[in-house]
Design a binder for this molecule. Structure first.
Ligand SMILES: C[S@@+](CC[C@H](N)C(=O)[O-])C[C@H]1O[C@@H](n2cnc3c(N)ncnc32)[C@H](O)[C@@H]1O
Ligand code: SF4
Ligand code: SF4
Length: 386
């Protein structure tokens, strides 16, 4: 057992160091060598041989999609590929019902970010938040937004919240020109965003939640937030000065299971990752701990990159949580076993968001409960009573 822990620590250390060196080696070798691929291969193979598995707590959080409708059409996002899907907003009644059942089942933390869609399209979103705020069994909730559809009243309500853990504002473009190119939006929407950010600036001294920003913009025309003098950069800089918020500036973008390619961002200087550069060994950890109740009640084993719910493991319209999260659920067990044998469906095959259960990712550091093995996960399913 001790040897296993030592090996685990050692390979994690090796993997992290190779990861750090990776960018440099790729640059020097002009992308011919990708050390991260080989570091992952070695790490995952060794961990698999010694049965070191890293599955986060299955009740860490539950994602609920309140709306799959968006007001923008970002070029690098799969939303524009989902326009033929039924577009819905979850009713308050259904949302309250899902929360009541989910909390009875043992969830207390919720993610409201849709796979694709915008929460503030839902005119009742604040009502839904109030329900979470007043629910005795809800500990906290978080969500992403493009913030263009917020307004003073909504911001005032967000400021009053006590259980909102993280509000993540996604910023598209660093000025009007890049905003229009990236989102296919218009000047009014950009001005609404600036207005909302300015109002947030006035109020942000009294927020109780973690505010984070994600900037998705073109590579060549953006140097740094400090050097950028656009309206959006100035106000975001001012907010960050007060709130000490983190801003993540994405350098490359996911393929959405092969749906988004370099062709989709033609004419915009953005890089779409190459999923063939991702080494896969074992099931993706998301199917164990990052599931989503889709807007129509279907439970999708992936809350992140599967827009068509091809990883459906149940349906809350006809099943309970207890029917879905059990070893009696053949769809779920088959999905896990197929992925373990390397049989990924087409979305997962072309997905660069994949996280192997045979690797310890730094994103897990924020979770309080320790990761579990596959055997423990099956025991957890086995113990769920009808
Ligand atoms: C799909 S959006 C849904 C929530 C909301 N509409 C928003 O834009 O924040 C969730 C997050 O995924 C990010 N995203 C979308 N497409 C992406 C891609 N190809 N690669 C990386 N992140 C992406 C968005 O920028 C956003 O921060
Ligand atoms: S990234 Fe968000 S705002 Fe942009 S199209 Fe996708 S869902 Fe909409
Ligand atoms: S491989 Fe990608 S699409 Fe499949 S479960 Fe993992 S994150 Fe989701």
């Amino acid at each position: 057992m001790r040897i296993k822990v030592k090996i685990k620590i050692l390979i994690n250390r090796i993997n992290k160091n190779i990861y750090r060196l990776s960018a440099l080696i790729r640059r020097i070798s002009k992308n011919r060598i990708n050390p991260k691929f080989y570091a992952d291969m070695i790490t995952m193979k060794i961990n698999r041989i010694i049965k070191n598995e890293f599955i986060p707590n299955p009740k860490e959080h539950l994602y609920i999609e309140v709306s799959n409708i968006c007001n923008l059409r970002c070029r690098f996002c799969a939303y524009s590929k989902s326009l033929k899907n039924k577009k819905l907003i979850m009713s308050n009644e259904m949302f309250y019902n899902v929360i009541n059942k989910a909390t009875l089942f043992g969830y207390d933390t919720f993610g409201l970010t849709p796979i694709v869609g915008e929460v503030f399209i839902d005119k009742d979103f604040i009502e839904k938040i109030k329900f979470l705020e007043n629910h005795p069994k809800v500990k906290n909730y978080s969500f992403f937004t493009n913030f263009t559809l917020a307004n003073e009243q909504i911001i005032n309500e967000l400021i009053k919240t006590e259980k909102l853990k993280e509000l993540y504002i996604s910023l598209y473009g660093h000025d009007l020109e890049t905003f229009l190119n990236i989102t296919n939006g218009n000047k009014k929407v950009y001005n609404d965003l600036i207005k909302n950010l300015n109002y947030l600036l006035k109020k942000c001294g009294s927020i109780n939640f973690t505010l984070s920003f994600g900037l998705r913009t073109t590579r060549s025309s953006f140097k740094s937030l400090e050097k950028c003098e656009s309206d959006v950069c100035k106000v975001v800089r001012d907010i960050i000065t007060i709130t000490k918020s983190h801003i993540q500036i994405l350098k490359s973008f996911n393929t959405w299971g092969g749906m988004i390619t370099q062709n989709d961002v033609k004419g915009v200087d953005m890089l779409i990752r190459d999923s063939s550069q991702i080494y896969k060994n074992g099931a993706c950890s998301l199917i164990f701990y990052k599931n989503q109740v889709m807007v129509d009640g279907v439970i999708n084993a992936c809350a992140c990159r599967d827009i068509n719910a091809t990883l459906k493991i149940g349906d809350l319209n006809i099943q309970s949580f207890e029917d879905i999260y059990t070893n009696r659920n053949i769809d779920y067990i088959n999905l896990i076993q197929d992925q373990q044998q390397g049989k990924f469906n087409s979305i997962c095959t072309s997905c660069d968001f994949y996280r192997s259960i045979y690797k310890d990712y730094f994103v897990y550091d924020k979770y309080k409960k320790k990761q579990m093995s596959l055997k423990k996960f099956y025991q957890y399913l086995y113990l769920i009573k009808k």
